[in-house]
Design a binder for this molecule. Structure first.
Ligand SMILES: [Mg+2]
Ligand SMILES: [Zn+2]
Length: 194
């Protein structure tokens, strides 16, 4: 059985963007806005060297909401892969949920079992890559990531800072991450300690 470090995409692999109209940070909707964090390739390389499979698990409802096309999503993902390739590494797999219950695009309108916080994508990845979930980690920057990871039986690592808002959400929902770290950069240290 393999071990994996599952990683969320937006906010973990690439930076969020500031949307002026919405007045808040959101996921990028164009490849040209997407900026991969500078340490990602070296972290992925290190984790793979430690014997983990590194697998992306991401909700991408933007196509369903007509925020971008499938081609643009592909372009964003190719940009991330190119960055990793330049650093001499790659993901072992990538899994995306394209559904949304209120999708504008009919074919993606569904209450699916793969949209986080549901664990569907993790369970599928585990099946297809013979992964022991109890010895694996899920790294995400949102509570839905922690929830999906817990439901799948993984250890969970929340990327970010425990501000008052996050703290009260954790308390309210009873979804407590096993670890909190500032960024993906600290993850090899967490998963490497006995
Ligand atoms: Mg995220
Ligand atoms: Zn889905």
């Amino acid at each position: 059985m393999n071990r994996a470090v599952f990683v969320d995409r937006d906010g973990v692999i690439n930076d969020m963007v500031y949307d002026e109209d919405e007045g808040r940070v959101t996921s990028p909707v164009r490849a040209r806005q997407l900026r991969v964090f500078p340490y990602v390739a070296s972290v992925v390389k290190q984790l793979r060297r430690m014997g983990f499979e590194v697998i992306v698990i991401s909700n991408q409802p933007g196509v369903a909401k007509r925020q971008f096309t499938l081609e643009e999503l592909d372009k964003m993902n190719r940009k991330i892969r190119a960055d990793l390739r330049a650093g001499g590494t790659h993901f072992d797999a990538e899994y995306y949920c394209l559904h949304h219950p209120e999708a504008l695009v009919r074919k993606y309108r569904a209450v699916c079992d793969c949209r986080k916080p549901k664990p569907g994508l993790l369970l599928r990845a585990a099946r297809e890559h013979q992964i022991d979930l109890s010895r694996s980690y899920f790294v995400g920057d949102a509570l839905m990531d922690v929830e999906a990871g817990k439901r799948a039986g993984c250890k969970t690592i929340l990327v970010g800072h425990l501000n008052t808002f996050m703290g009260s959400m954790i308390e309210q929902r009873g979804v407590v991450p096993d670890y909190v770290v500032p960024s993906l950069k600290e993850v090899p240290q967490v998963v490497g300690s006995p």
